[in-house]
Design a binder for this molecule. Structure first.
Ligand code: DHE
Length: 548
């Protein structure tokens, strides 16, 4: 009984939708309806994130039939089997796809992609549930949890999050969320935790309840990645926003109930060529601290939208021409500037959230920047900087973020140096820390992907590349089965400990490793059979206040 029993998460993903083989053309490979359905499911689960639902390409290459047919079956089959150094996974040789599935996918890609359905207000309203009405919720915190130091941990393949106490390391609860759940964000007051699954399911969890639970949910699309809440003074906890990959759109919702208020399509013209794009996906969304605005990355058209949320009926949007393939990013230490990666273009874009204007587009000098929210610190030589690592190579790039004190270096790449290796996803530091942590999650070498590089910020001055310490976290976790990967450093509220996920296969043991930031010694290994595929971790205080 209780809200958990009432709450049935929606598992409809693009892979589960009933699709028909689009009209056959001469020379099309023979494929049964069942095979086509299976191909669609695999494509959604493995390929769409990088190549797009309509296969127009983004982080991955375009796979439209004019191209796939030119390359032909053999080429596709070998590419899917062996992958490429540019980032295509080796689905066949890694054992993730069977030989039959590789064959199926090579044939599938020679056919036109099925057209997925739209998801407008009627569909959203049908999935919208308020499990506990605002008036029936507690009026004060009813538990003894130190909410500000709570960690919301993505349990990716379980479609759940774990709420872990940042002080005692105790798992306070496990909550069912969307399919392949992606990120957590927190409302400005720190009360409501918002979680989004790849299937577009949003859970709103009330951290004041005796046992924090989902109080409202809605499915905002068929594929999604981002969620955020209004943070400007006077608008705390008032609104939520979620962005979808499919259909390409964002929706602004009531911050108490998730009632959908306004859906805006992001289909339109690519910023530079000014040609129409049918699938401009919504990537990172951040709330401005300077204005009542949401900052929205539209990936394929290369536009950053600054959406004023004060009057949804007369919606004012500043549309900034940035760069294609916008992905993730974060704020500088003053919270005034938004720095974001146009990752397939090797660029960082800087926006002034006070003036709602483009400030700079800078080449990072590395391959495919992937900063997460990035890392802010004061460099001994260059002053305030923000860091990003890269997916395609081992480099870390630092961009100057102090236009007042260090005008010559502002928005320039002031330094680049090597960390462990390519395949890095996230960097992290904290205002109270003297260290910069850099993972190498997708590196093919198990020792590399199982470790993290730690740079001492004070040692970054001087000639040559700074040295780093390697912490063998998988070894520290004592997991020998499988090839677990270290992913996403996240600090506790005080900035004294840093947490890492040890991300193993679904049927193997995973863990969370906590490191003492001062001594770089192991503080705690959190293991529990319920910790299935932990990936992202979101400290309530640091996430809500944009401390990174
Ligand atoms: Fe993420 C953030 C998209 C794969 C873990 N990821 C984001 C954001 C986007 C995104 C747009 C920024 C959200 C925001 O700030 O509003 N991620 C995608 C993809 O399209 C991609 C490449 C492929 C896919 O098919 O989904 C992808 N992401 C992954 C993973 O495989 C990761 C490593 C494991 C997982 O849990 O799925 C992963 N993504 C994360 C994490 C963040 C994230 C942990 C938040 C980082 C932070 O510190 O804020």
């Amino acid at each position: 009984t209780g809200p958990a029993a009432m709450y049935e998460p929606s598992m409809t993903t693009l892979g589960e939708l009933q699709v028909e083989i689009p009209g056959r053309r001469e020379g099309d490979p023979v494929m049964t309806q069942e095979e086509f359905q299976r191909g669609t499911k695999i494509y959604f689960e493995r390929c769409a994130g990088c190549h797009g639902v309509l296969r127009k390409g983004a982080t991955g290459k375009a796979l439209t039939t004019d191209l796939t047919r030119e390359h032909g079956y053999e080429y596709l089959q070998s590419f899917i089997t062996y992958g490429s150094p540019a980032g295509m996974p080796n689905w066949g040789t890694s054992g993730d796809m069977s030989e039959e599935d590789v064959d199926l996918m090579a044939r599938y890609l020679l056919l036109e992609p099925p057209a997925p359905p739209e998801w407008g207000m009627p569909e959203m309203m049908e999935t919208w549930k308020v499990l506990i009405k605002p008036e029936d919720r507690p009026t004060k915190k009813m538990n003894d949890i130190d909410i500000e130091n709570l960690m919301s941990v993505t349990l990716r393949d379980a479609g759940e999050i774990a709420l872990i106490d940042g002080g005692t390391y105790e798992i306070r609860s496990i909550i069912k969320t969307g399919y392949a759940v992606h990120i957590s964000r927190i409302s400005a007051s720190g009360r409501y935790l918002m979680v989004i699954g790849r299937d577009g399911l949003v859970n709103m969890i009330d951290l004041w309840m005796e046992n924090p639970e989902t109080v409202a949910s809605i499915k905002i699309g068929i594929e999604a990645r981002s969620i955020e809440t209004s943070k400007f003074e006077g608008w705390e906890d008032k609104l939520a926003i979620a962005g979808a990959y499919w259909p390409p759109q964002y929706v602004i919702m009531d911050g108490d109930t998730l009632e959908p208020k306004k859906i805006v399509s992001t289909r339109g013209m690519v910023y530079d060529e000014q040609t129409y794009h049918p699938e401009p996906r919504v990537a990172a969304i951040l709330a401005s601290h300077y204005k009542p605005e949401f900052i929205i990355n539209v990936k394929e058209t290369g536009k950053i939208l600054m959406v004023d949320y004060t009057d949804l009926k007369n919606l004012k949007t500043t549309e900034i021409e940035a760069e294609r393939f916008l992905h993730d990013g974060g704020l500088d230490s003053t919270h005034r500037y938004f720095i974001t990666a146009a990752n397939a273009r090797n660029k960082l874009v800087v926006i002034d959230t006070k003036e709602s204007k483009l400030v700079a587009i800078t080449d990072t000098g590395g391959m495919t920047p992937h900063p997460g929210r990035g890392a802010n610190f004061t460099h001994p030589t260059y002053g305030p900087v923000w860091a990003s690592s890269h997916l395609g190579d081992e480099s870390v790039a630092l961009i100057g973020t102090d236009p007042e004190g260090h005008p010559d270096q502002a928005w320039q790449i002031v330094d680049t140096f090597s960390a462990l290796g390519g395949g890095s996803l996230f960097v992290k530091t904290h205002p109270n820390s003297e260290h910069l942590y850099v993972d190498a999650t997708l590196n093919p070498d198990a020792e590399t992907s199982g470790s993290v590089a730690v740079f001492k910020i004070g040692d970054m001055a001087g000639e040559g590349e700074p040295d780093f310490t390697t912490l063998p976290l998988v070894e520290w976790a004592g997991i020998t089965d499988g090839q677990p990967r270290v992913v996403q450093p996240e600090f506790n509220k005080e900035g004294t400990e840093v947490w890492f996920s040890i991300w193993n296969a679904k049927d193997k043991e995973s863990a969370i490793v906590v490191v003492d930031d001062k001594t770089l010694e192991l503080k705690k290994v959190i293991k529990d059979p319920r910790l299935i595929t932990p990936t992202g971790k979101f400290n309530v205080y640091n996430t809500g206040k944009d401390v990174y």
